[in-house]
Design a protein around this ligand. Sequence first.
Ligand code: ADP
Ligand code: MG
Length: 259
Amino acid sequence: MAVQDVLIGKGGVRVENLKKSFDGRVVLDGIDLQVHQGEVVAVIGPSGTGKSTLLRCIDLLELPDEGSITIGEVAVQAPGISRRQQYQLRAQTAMVFQQYSLFANKTALQNITEPLIRVKKMRKEDARQKAREVLKLVGLEDKEDAYPSHLSGGQQQRVGIGRAIATGPKLMLLDEPTSSLDPELVGGVLEVIRKLAARHMTMLLTTHEMDFARSVADRVIFLADGRIQEEGTPAEIFDHPQNPRLQSFLASHFRRELS
Ligand code: ADP
Ligand code: MG
């Protein structure tokens, strides 16, 4: 099977009026967003503003209090999302976390084949073939027998991304995918995300690195006080921010970077 067959999702994602509180404190206060198929959308915003919560709600790792989520042909409406719907929606997605969370006692190849064999019930040989295609895509075809401890952080993150795409998600959710990497390793991850986008993978990611957001995203969303305050192209958001909250967020961010 060609690598492309693994990657193409259909339909993108639509979120409407998503609300989530923790212990009576509102974190997401009615989020509406859409990511079109093949689009890369980056969510930025102050720390603790709910960026991770938004991704976790879309993946139903956290159950939203209200709102609807549609990914491809699966639609769910909170409250009252059933186990079965949870499972169906999650089968459309793959999540990549800040920490690469690979199995330490398995090789790069085995890390990718494991979920294919166990969850997707794929035959061992087919799983190995798919894992090899995916390793090639993330630029690690010569590392299939390497254990995580022998891979750099950036390489581990690329195996993690490979593991996520191998399962054939329609939407990839990446929560701070470069935050635990040394700056010189960010480029490799960026390149992989670009490659996936070129193959029409739909991606929603969070980041606190503005340079990364600018270079990876088609569209940037600024989240603050539980709501989307502004969204636009990277040029609009970073060069011509309109919302005063966004203006001061960017000013303090770049001040911090200069200091
Ligand atoms: P960000 O990713 O933007 O830094 P988070 O989504 O991690 O923000 O967190 C948003 C807010 O929700 C924070 O105040 C955090 O403490 C709170 N929060 C997140 N997850 C939980 C949880 N499972 N239980 C209680 N509070 C939570
Ligand atoms: Mg976060």
